[in-house]
Design a protein around this ligand. Structure first.
Ligand code: 13P
Length: 252
């Protein structure tokens, strides 16, 4: 059966010493939650200091991006192999902020997903509709398009190594969380898409997180939905007590 995953996406926040302190505070308390996988995804420049802070704990390390080549003349970019070298297990790909501000397309995200898997990293692939798309009744269509594009050509084995994060853009950083029903509808659709492409057993095993204004006081009702397997947390992952409060909401 699938294990829930709660991951902190720290985005472009914190100083080096704050990053180390936050990671240490989380690592100290995770043993209370043996049924939940936990990861933190700091900015690239803090991966090493955070890796030291979580050493020996159950907290896994994730990055927030990669460039889909092993090495070479790609000024300013970071390769999958470098992330492995630093002890990363996960990498967030296709986040809506990168789609929106850096022009990332499903095709480019798909290249990154393949590069991550080839290097042995587990991609956390984000998808989600914008507010205008939801209001126009296009949510499931957008989800299908992003699923087909970002997750194209994965073998069944690769699909099982991949985490999907449903993050409605209108819920990110807005305090406006999707209702459990709204989120569950999309998660169920994603599981149907996986079942259609592979088979129902594989669909049952893929971890699908929800992301967008998850807080300790709304986590439990989201996690109570049958197809929501944890969360990708932004703002509330920057405070150990809030992040752990969300982890504590996972009772499955
Ligand atoms: P918030 O939790 O701040 O809404 O951010 C969600 C997110 O984008 C996680 O990747």
């Amino acid at each position: 059966m699938r294990r829930p995953l709660i991951a902190g996406n720290w985005k472009m926040n914190l100083s080096r010493s704050e990053a180390a302190a936050l990671a240490e505070a989380i690592a100290k308390q995770v043993d209370q939650y043996p049924a939940v996988d936990i990861a933190v995804c700091p900015p690239f420049v803090y991966l090493e200091v955070v890796s030291r802070a979580i050493a020996g704990s159950r907290v896994a390390l994730g990055a927030q991006n990669l460039y889909p080549e092993p090495s070479g003349a790609f000024t300013g970019e970071i390769s999958p192999l470098m992330l492995c070298d630093l002890g990363c297990r996960y990498v967030i790909l296709g986040h809506s902020e990168r789609r929106q501000w850096l022009g990332e397309t499903d095709g480019f995200i798909n290249k990154k997903v393949h590069a991550a898997l080839k290097a042995g990293l587990q991609p956390i692939v984000c998808l989600g509709e914008q507010l205008a798309e939801r209001e126009a009744g296009l949510t499931l269509e957008v989800i299908r398009r992003q699923f087909e594009g970002s997750l194209a050509s994965l073998t069944a084995e690769q699909m099982l190594q991949t985490v999907i994060a449903y993050e409605p853009v209108w819920a990110i950083g807005t305090g406006r969380v999707a209702t459990p029903h709204q989120a569950e509808e999309v998660h169920l659709e994603l599981r149907k898409l996986i079942a259609q492409r592979y088979n129902p057993e594989i669909a049952q095993q893929v971890v699908i997180q929800y992301g967008g204004s998850v807080k300790p006081d709304n986590a439990q009702e989201l996690f109570a939905q049958p197809d929501i397997d944890g969360a990708l947390v932004g703002g509330a992952s920057l405070k150990a007590d809030q992040f752990l409060g969300i982890v504590a909401g996972m009772k499955k």
